[in-house]
Structures are given as C-alpha cells and as structure tokens.
Design a protein around this ligand. Sequence first.
Ligand code: HEC
Length: 157
Amino acid sequence: MCGALALAACGGGDNGGPDGGTNENNPNACGDDVQSVTAQELFDSVINGTGACTSCHYAGAGTATNGDLVMDSVEALKATTGATTAYAITGSTLKVVDPNHSENSTMFLKVAGGSTVTPPVKGPKGESVGAQMPQGLPPLSAEDLKMVKDWICSGAK
Ligand code: HEC
C-alpha cells in the first residue's frame, strides 16, 4: 500500500526531477549540507532584507497583494509553518512551510523559481506552485535561496 505514511517509499523510480517524490533523490529536498538558520536570522537577512518579502506580505495588504500570506514579523514568519497553502490539491501534502521538507514547502519552491520557469519547480505530487517569488523583483541570490532552504531544513524555528 502506498498510504500517506509510506509516501517516501512509494514515489516510484523516476524521482530525479524537480517534480519527483518526497525523498532524498528530489533536488528540492533538504540535502546533507544544512546550516542552522533561525527565523530571526532569515527575517532580518531575506524576508525583511534583500528579498523584500515584507513589502507585500504584510497584515492587511489583501489577497491580491499578499496572497493571504503574512510574514511581517518574526512571529508571523514562524506561524507560516502551520499555514495552509493555496496550491494544495487533492491528496497533496504541500504546505507553505513543512519543517525539514523544503521540497514540500511553497516558501522554498516559489523562491527556487516557481512553476512558470523552465524547467518548472513543482511540489512532490507535481503540484504547480505558481509564479516565482519575490513577485516582480529579481530572483533571490544563491546565498539568500540557500538561507531560505536552511531555515526550513533546520526545522523552521
Ligand atoms: C510584489 C509583491 C510580492 C513580493 C515582493 C513577494 N510576494 Fe510572495 N506573493 C505575492 C502574491 C500576490 C502572492 C499570491 C499569488 C501567488 O501565489 O503567486 C504571493 C504568494 C506567496 C506564497 C504562496 C503562499 C501559499 O499559499 O503557498 C509564498 C510562499 C510567497 N509568496 C513567498 C514570498 C517570499 C519568500 C517573498 C520574498 C522573497 C515574497 N513572497 C515576495 C506577492 C509578493
């Protein structure tokens, strides 16, 4: 049986692509090279820093501006770990932030390119994650991208 608890073992043999299964063969998954990053560090450096996510993702901005995702404080950023993603489909395990699972987190998949780039970056079940973040701004630097991934991969605390 390929139940929810056995997902990692049931991804099939073709997990090499960005839309592959939730396992170590997925290039979007957490690798061995994880540095510990706290929410405070990520907020100061990227979310409220060079990524300028807070210019849109602030409370009261409205769905069209922030997609109902608020991360205008360290506490709000931490709270995204429990948030439901707009990109979940039936049977999907996708979250905004799934601690220790960057491949299952739209927070990483969207800054890694999103589903409108070639090749598209998608969720573990092939879920589209929409456009790249930060929306309409230059993509994050490799260093900032790694920091987002490291925060999720070190437990999103
Ligand atoms: C110019 C405004 C703008 C900026 C800047 C911006 N976003 Fe967004 N974001 C949006 C909008 C609008 C949506 C809803 C549409 C979508 O999902 O693409 C969204 C959606 C998202 C989602 C999807 C939430 C879900 O339901 O899964 C994530 C995650 C996200 N943004 C992260 C970020 C991060 C991280 C940054 C900074 C690196 C950022 N955004 C910068 C406007 C912005």
